[in-house]
Design a protein around this ligand. Sequence first.
Ligand code: DGY
Length: 323
Amino acid sequence: MELNRNLPRVAADGPLDSTVMGLLSDRVELLPWDATDGGMGRVDGLYTYGHPTVDAAMLDRLPGLRVVSNYGVGIDHIDLGAAMDRGIPVGNTPGVLDGATADMGFALLLATARRLVEGDRYARSAAFTRYDPGYMLGREVHGSTLGIVGMGRIGEKVARRAIGFDMTVLYHNCRPRPQVEDELGLRYVGFEELLAASDFVVLCVPLTDRTRGLINASSLKRMKASAVLVNIARGPVVVTDDLLDALRSGTIAAAGLDVTDPEPLPRDHPLLGLENVVISPHLGSATDRTRLRMAEGSVANLIAGLAGKPLPCPVAARPPERS
Ligand code: DGY
């Protein structure tokens, strides 16, 4: 393919989806991610998908850089402070994926509680010969207590779904959200109280220095032995080895994981062999409509930044631990 040297040059982490490719065609010259090592000439923009790392050293290698645009809301792979220090705007796509991600959290909660994946395997197997009222009993979702860790946009959407399931909803957040409490009838509690009182704990926090390893051996011990943990946040919010021990020893009952650390897990990882784990390959925002909006939003940020204009959706501030 002949490349147009007059177009802005954008290093993209691939593979790019067809919508993004369509939206970018004839507007930028796409470069492989390797261009971020500085050896392929000028780079005007970076386009990422939640990884790989964009750090100060990379930014220093790319002196002409005008914008970093991320397809998705999580920007834990980008050193925001370093970008701000260098005057490089960073854009992401919050808002458009909250509903889809909350749906996924609920799908995992229900699938784990009602042993849906295990049941699917059983229903397809030769072992299933007749209905048995005693087999594969699960946990009741309706009428139980849900603890939401992180009451941002996605946490709030999870709470709305829980109310439809007649659940009591507790939440913990970096600060209480009285308006949401009043509107939805939620109760703000301390982290440890949430762990001790919840039948289901859903993680909806961004990954920061404060939330990395938040769910570890000590927090898992505070949860009910019958509890289910659902992670729709980021893998490193949970210490994988501690979760594995807790699931094997019965410290907690089950886990539904859309994200893991590492991601993907090695194919022979023991977590993948446990019946009390339902795992999906980071599908939180994976619906056609949501992905279209993510594509449009991230491309709009990129094009604006390349033109030196304000981003339609800039990441507003440094992460809290840097302020
Ligand atoms: C996000 O938006 O951060 C999702 O995890 C998709 O990458």
